[in-house]
Write a protein that binds this ligand. Structure first.
Ligand code: GLA
Length: 655
């Protein structure tokens, strides 16, 4: 099967989304000159070009794209060709209103923006297949073509009548009979029993709380429908070019797609990543997404989009200070990226994203943004030969699962303060700040290669996942879990006792009497730290040990941190420093070590293959001990035992 190495050939891909249809042809020549000077070797064409390619139903305007494909080839720049299906032309919605999605209040999402397509619309799918067929036929053998990019950031929901019809098919396929569905959805509650499939609709606006299992199935259905759209286009391009890889770009930790499932359908896993330059935890947010994407890819992955400067979709959009684009790009490489790409090449002068940065900003060639992009291109070229294709095994895995997230992200819970992604971020942050590098894994994956498995929260778990966790500990692994794990089964049915009995036994919990959620900003004293967000009234069994207890209040003396052998359970969210300390201790006991000892805060060290990346996330110079004599592959500078990293500095060493 083709993969990212089919395209990289020992080079890190460098470039980005190129939207030349926004510019006169003279600018294309200027673009090519600047791309070559910056070491750009890959551009993504056609992401939003449907109206240009098909200006009226069935018409084809390929001339401009022919010229561009040739221009790229003549200049040694590979093309990742996108199917333009994320933004249908206005004529489609106008002629075929059935292609437009409908929100849960029954309102149509009109054209005039983007992503106004119904994943369930047969008409949309027919047009999408036709343009994909024609693109594949026309450019499949073009020498510039290196990879296919299907659609863009699949993220739409649809509550329309056509989606409802497909939802019914999907449910029939899943449950077979209405009796099964009624049982799984618990429709005995509130008189919701279905007597005919035709009675079932998408979970539209309702007077009060919706059936949670219906909502959960609707999320599963939505992910599956989008995946069907992706797979249909992928299969078309694959037939034309079986030797070329296919991808679609994920949004990080996006609720709408089960990315574990999707990644299996891709030849290259790619992601778009936009941490806020002002966020003190921006680097950690980046590291989390990079770790997750590498784990989904099970190897090198593609940073499909990042911003060279500001984005335009936050309330206040800050530029990247000098050096930050380089630092975060090299961080992605350290964590497995073999492609460093941007949205977009040249900043637009018109349209909704004209204040979103490009590799070439409004300031043009002389602007700092392009100058830094150019310098980075040269540096990536220096290390690409030794980096690409390499992969490093980690000792720690953080578990994450979309179905558990979906089941937990519902109204009618004990606390709306508990947010699944926030918990994943908090636990990953603790590991990152303890300088421990981690993979992500699905709870049903083979975990045997890891010394430590960390579960921030998995509210709903299948029996297979529970058995997997138990077997992992029985076979010598160390497991640490946060609260609200194993509460429900895959239908969101609460397990007897409020937590699966096998897991209670594993962690040494005899009875989980009550959950005691905390208010926003409220804390609970525990031995040696403060807990936040949540607490629990737990009665331990004889074999478990209370490692830290709640102090004072109703839960005085009850376990905040409980351990039974190698299984740890944390019934609150310790404040960041405490969680870092706790995970650092548990990891050390499990034999998982940081990449380097004694690292200062703000310094990140990551091993990739035979290389060691050391990154300074602060604006101040920091000295770091690195035993031995080394040469920085980026600058050629040699040093012994200690290296001083300047503001946002990075060194790449052979280790
Ligand atoms: C996404 C899209 C791009 C662009 C950027 C802006 O990642 O894929 O087309 O809109 O956001 O940040």
């Amino acid at each position: 099967m083709p993969d990212l190495s089919t395209v990289t050939n020992g080079r890190i891909l460098y470039g980005g989304d190129y939207n030349p249809e926004q510019w006169p042809e003279e600018t294309w020549l200027e673009d090519v000159r600047l791309m070559k000077a910056a070491g750009v070797n890959s551009v993504t064409l056609g992401v939003f070009s449907w109206a240009e390619l098909e200006p009226s139903p069935g018409a084809r305007e390929f001339g401009w794209l022919d010229r561009l494909m040739d221009l790229m080839y003549e200049n040694g720049i590979g093309v990742v060709l996108a199917t333009p299906t994320s933004s249908p032309p206005p004529w489609m919605g106008h002629l075929h209103p059935d292609t437009l999605p409908v929100d849960q209040d029954g309102r149509t999402e009109w054209w005039g923006g983007r992503q106004h397509f119904s994943h369930s619309s047969a008409t949309y799918r027919r047009y999408a297949a036709a343009i994909t067929e024609d693109l594949a036929a026309r450019y499949g053998s073009h020498p510039a073509l290196t990879m296919w990019h299907i659609n863009n950031e699949y993220c739409t929901f649809d509550w329309s009548d056509e989606a409802a019809a497909r939802f019914r098919d999907w449910l029939q396929n899943k449950y077979g009979t209405l009796a099964e569905l009624n049982e799984a959805w618990g429709t005995a509650f509130w008189s919701q029993g279905y007597g005919d499939w035709a009675e079932i609709h998408t979970p539209r606006h309702a007077h009060y709380l919706k059936n949670p299992t219906q909502v959960l199935d609707f999320r599963r259905f939505t992910s599956d429908m989008l995946l069907e759209c992706y797979a249909a286009e992928r299969d078309i391009v694959r037939r034309a070019t079986p030797h070329l890889p296919v991808t679609t770009n994920f949004m990080p930790l996006w609720i709408g797609q089960d990315a574990w499932r999707w990644a299996e359908e891709e030849d290259v896993v790619s992601v778009d990543l936009y941490p806020d330059p002002r966020d003190p935890l921006g680097a950690q947010q980046g590291a989390l997404v990079q770790d997750m994407t590498r784990s989904q890819a099970r190897g090198p992955w593609m940073l499909m989009e990042q911003a060279a400067g500001p984005v335009n979709w936050r309330g206040v959009n800050h530029p990247k200070p000098r050096g930050l684009n380089r630092l975060w790009s090299l961080q992605a490489v350290a964590r497995g990226a073999d492609a460093v790409c941007y949205f977009q090449w040249r900043q637009s002068r018109q349209g909704a994203e004209k204040f979103h940065s490009g590799m070439v900003s409004h300031a043009g060639e002389e602007g700092r943004t392009y100058q830094e992009v150019k310098q980075l291109g040269a540096e990536l070229a220096c290390i690409s030969g030794e980096v690409t294709g390499s992969h490093t095994a980690n000792d720690i895995a953080v578990l994450h699962d979309w179905h558990a997230w979906w089941a937990s992200a519902q109204d009618g819970r004990l606390s709306s303060e508990v947010d699944h992604p926030d918990l994943v971020k908090a636990w990953h942050r603790a590991l990152w700040q303890a300088h421990l590098t981690t993979d992500f894994a699905h709870p049903e994956h083979d975990l045997s290669a890891y010394r430590l498995v960390v579960v921030p929260q998995l509210y709903a778990l299948t029996d297979a996942a529970i058995e997997n966790l138990i077997a992992y500990v029985q076979n010598g692994g160390t497991l640490v879990s946060g609260f609200l794990t194993g509460v429900a089964d895959e239908d969101d049915r609460v397990r007897p006792g409020g937590m699966d009995v096998r897991l209670r036994e594993l962690f040494g919990i005899r009875t989980l009497h009550e959950w005691w959620p905390l208010d926003a900003g409220e804390g609970v004293e525990c031995d040696g730290f403060r807990g936040t967000l949540w607490s629990e009234e737990i009665e331990k069994d004889e074999e478990s040990v209370t490692e830290a207890a709640f102090k004072g209040g109703e839960l005085d003396g009850l376990p905040a941190v409980l351990r039974k052998g190698r299984a740890w359970y944390v019934s609150t969210l310790p404040e960041p420093e405490a969680l870092r300390g706790l995970l650092g201790r548990i990891a050390a006991d499990a034999g998982a070590r940081p990449v380097l000892d004694g690292l200062p805060d703000q310094i990140e060290a990551v091993r990739r293959g035979d290389l060691l990346f050391v990154l300074n996330h602060s604006r101040e110079p920091v000295s770091v001990e690195v035993p031995g004599t080394h040469q920085d592959l980026l600058t050629g500078t040699a040093f012994t035992d200690e290296v001083t990293l300047l503001r946002y500095g990075v060194v790449v060493l052979r280790s």
